[in-house]
Each structure stands twice: as C-alpha cells, then as structure tokens.
Design a protein around this ligand. Structure first.
Ligand code: DAK
Length: 256
C-alpha cells in the first residue's frame, strides 16, 4: 500500500510508518493528516499487522508541529472545526487504534508533533530528541489533545511549566518526566522500537485491543478535550495569534 508523504514497511507483523515531509521538518499539513488517517484505517484492518512503529524521516525531526504557514490565516470557526476534524481523523483515531502504536521520536517533536507522539500508546526517543508544546509562543494553545494528554503523562505542574514556557525538554528530561518510556541513541532508535514491538507480539492481539479500550475509557474523551477544542478556536481571533504566527513566518521573535 502507498500513502502520500508516508513510507510504509511491514516485516514480521510489525509495520513501520515514516512521515516524510522533510522540507518542513515533517510538519503536519492537511495532506499529511489525511494520509496518516488513511494509513491508520488501513493498518487497523490488516490482519498481518499487529504493532505499528511511527517515526519521522531524516535525522532532525519527528514532526515539528502543525504546518504554521497553513493555519496562520484561519479564523475561529476554521480553527475550532479543524481541531475537531484533526482529532477525529488522526489523534483520537490513533489513540483508539486496535493495535499498539509505538512513537519512535527521532528529533524535534513539537506542538502537533508531540501531540501525535502522545496519542500513540508508548514512546521511545533518540537521545537527540527535543520535545515541547510551543503553541503559546504562537498565541495558541495545543489543539490536538496536548493539554489533556500531557497532564496525564507528566502531571499537572510539569505540563503547566512546559506549556506556559513554550520550552523544549531534552530526551533525558522527557524520560524522567514519564513523557517517553525509553531513551536510546539515535542509531539504535528503530531497533529499540522493533525490539519493544517484538515483545508485544508475544502476547494476544485481541487482549491488546481490549487493554487499549479499557485504558482509553479512563483517559480519552473527558470534558477537557472538548474545552480544549473550544478554547483553541477562540485563540484564532486574538491579536496575539496574528503576531505569533506572523513572527514565525517572518523569522523573528514575537512581541506580546
Ligand atoms: N510549520 C511549517 N514549517 C515549518 C515548521 C512548522 N511547524 N517547522 C519548521 N518549518 C520549516 C521552516 O519554516 C523552514 O522552512 P524554510 O525556511 O527552509 O522554507 C524549515 O522547516 C526548516 O526549519 P528551520 O530553518 O526553522 O530549522 P531550525 O533548525 O533553525 O529550527 C525548529 C528547528 C524546529 C526549532 C524550528 O523550525 C521551529 O521552531 N519550528 C516551529 C515549531 C513550532 O512552533 N511548531 C508549531 C507548534 S504549534 C490546528 C491544530 C493544532 C495546531 C495547529 C492548528 N488546527 C486544528 C487548525 C498545532 C499547532 C502547533 O503544532
């Protein structure tokens, strides 16, 4: 099977799905989101696949966020609508997949990129990886579940600090926080993800699906997700959003 902007390799019942849009550090535009959705749908129905490893092409970036050039001109309605669609198409879809998804974070995982990794069921990072939710530096809040899933993974205080500062944490800090399960060298990253996948393969796929559903019953769909989508949409009407996104595109620091 082929999907635009993605590479798919399947071996020993493990699928490796690689996002490849390197000119924009694998940033998620509408086409990539749609492609990933199609791939996840297809993989869920593929009996020969039991575990999926999701990674980014190149050495620099897993995914450097949503495509800022694309969303810079959105108004509140488009922002909220796209947040809802993005959730359904990709982020909630991966979280609710029948098979475990392992994010192999090979570099920057920022904004929507970290949200994508957090929608996966486990995460392994290269020691060179840098992770963060920099949305407030653009006058936004995370709009793809980040305000909820980051709190669940690292706790409220650390999540607040990461979002309010818009800063990045290195891989060692991410491991200490519980944001990633394991850190390995960049060269070992895919092998480590495949080793973890092979451990999963020894166990029942039907039970894996049930574990995912049971865990999600407690962690997904809480009222916070809906609140995030609404508040995210409202950010698109603000002066700060215009300044934040314009500053990024003009390659200068924003003035808030
Ligand atoms: N979008 C578009 N292009 C991006 C990008 C992004 N997120 N990140 C990087 N690029 C592009 C750069 O513009 C540059 O393009 P050219 O100038 O070469 O054409 C190229 O990738 C290489 O990037 P840099 O030259 O900046 O590389 P550096 O090594 O200097 O810096 C960096 C790497 C990752 C620190 C830097 O690129 C960076 O700060 N990137 C932006 C990180 C970020 O703020 N990401 C967005 C977070 S906000 C939505 C739902 C959710 C969201 C949005 C909308 N809707 C429902 C509408 C979520 C928003 C986010 O993800």
């Amino acid at each position: 099977m082929e999907f635009p902007n993605l590479h798919l390799a399947i071996e020993n019942r493990i699928a490796t799905l690689t996002i490849d849009r390197q000119k924009a550090l694998n940033a998620l535009n509408k086409e990539v989101i749609q492609s990933l959705h199609d791939a996840v749908e297809w993989l869920d129905g593929e009996e020969d696949v039991r575990v999926v490893v999701l990674t980014g092409a190149g050495e620099k970036s897993f995914v450097a966020g949503a495509d800022i050039a694309e969303f810079a001109s959105f108004d509140a309605k488009q922002g909220e609508a796209l947040s809802v669609t993005g959730h359904q198409l990709l982020f909630d879809r991966i979280a609710a997949a029948k098979k475990p998804y392992i994010a192999a974070i090979n570099g920057f995982a920022l904004g929507g990129g970290l949200e994508l990794a957090m929608a996966c069921h486990v995460r392994i990072a290269a020691d060179s990886a840098r992770l963060g939710l920099p949305e407030t530096s653009l006058g936004l809040i995370p709009g793809y579940g980040g305000t909820q899933r980051l709190v669940q993974l690292v706790g409220k205080g650390r999540a607040m600090e990461m979002m309010l500062s818009a800063g990045m944490v290195d891989a060692a800090t991410a491991e200490r926080y519980g944001l990633v399960n394991q850190v390995v060298s960049a060269e070992e990253l895919l092998a480590a993800a495949l080793t973890m996948a092979a451990k999963f393969l020894k166990n029942s796929g039907q039970a894996h699906t049930a574990v995912i559903q049971a865990v999600n019953a407690a962690t997904e769909g809480a009222p916070g997700f809906a609140a995030e989508q609404k508040l995210f949409g409202q950010c698109f009407t603000t002066v700060d959003f215009a300044e934040g996104t314009t500053a990024f595109l003009e390659k200068r620091k924003p003035s808030f």
